[in-house]
Design a binder for this molecule. Sequence first.
Ligand code: ZN
Length: 340
Amino acid sequence: MAKCILLKAMRDGRIAHAYLFLGLQGTGKLTTALEFGKTLNCESPTDIGSCGKCAVCMWIEHGNFPDMRVWSPKGQDTTIDSMREMRDLASFRPARGKWVVNIIEQGDTLNEDSANCILKLLEEPPEYVVNILLYRNAASVLPTIRSRCQLVRFHQVSAEELAGHLVKDYGASPQEAEVVSVYAQGRPGLAITLLDDKDFAQNRETVSMVAEKAGQGNIWQALGLAEALRKGDSSDTTDDSDEKDTKFASSAKGTRETTNESLEMLLVWYRDLLATKLMGDNAIIVNSDKRHILQDQAARYPHAGPLLLRIGEIQQARQRLRGNANPQMVTELLMMRLAL
Ligand SMILES: [Zn+2]
């Protein structure tokens, strides 16, 4: 939708000099901004976007195209120094393309000084400059910025629509696309990240293993399983995973973040178990590629009651973790209870 608005502006020759892309993280703002900049500079653009073949398109895909710049925050702020640099560079005509395209990656992190520094550039830009400011939160857009930009909203999309897109444009298998798009909850950017995320795939394996062993009711395994949740790592208990990769993947994130992700996935897994227990083959589940494992596990529970209790336990564990409780204590307590 956002892309249609931009393409129509190009066809009509009514390109604004300042755009404000507003939408949650992962709704495709940066991808769209980059594609828009590429289409503007492409040597033979089509009705649906850049050609993807010309010298400019190739250059942009490989990065460092001199006329397109992404301005990212340094730490918490998009600094006044970087905004000054953006403003000053805008006085030079494009070196290679037709347009100078500035993308401010997180407008939310502009403070008042850095925003003031670019007001004039937004209001009276040289005719070859397009500025695109990406914002996640409408409340953080300063009125002085808002009044100078054309607003383009980015929305979440349905899981089906997203899955279709992942198969068609990103070469995902239908099964992979289905799982990832449900997890991403309608945020295309997040879905695309998850497709390549080794942690995500690894975490799902771990969660499936943890649920398997917890269901065996062996309380002595609980501490080991709790550790697996904190590391997002099942390599201690499965022998087909590449240990080196796993270690690297789990060290890239903090224990709290990994534990949080594991608990979220564990919750999804137990909801799938509950759905499978109640609906059998007709259950609508997230982990659709692991239906047979879910069926095996669900068969061990005499009825839905114990699964409901376990879902409650996982929800409580997530709340404790959000309330800043120690990840080790949260996961150990949870696994003791799931084993009972
Ligand atoms: Zn091109």
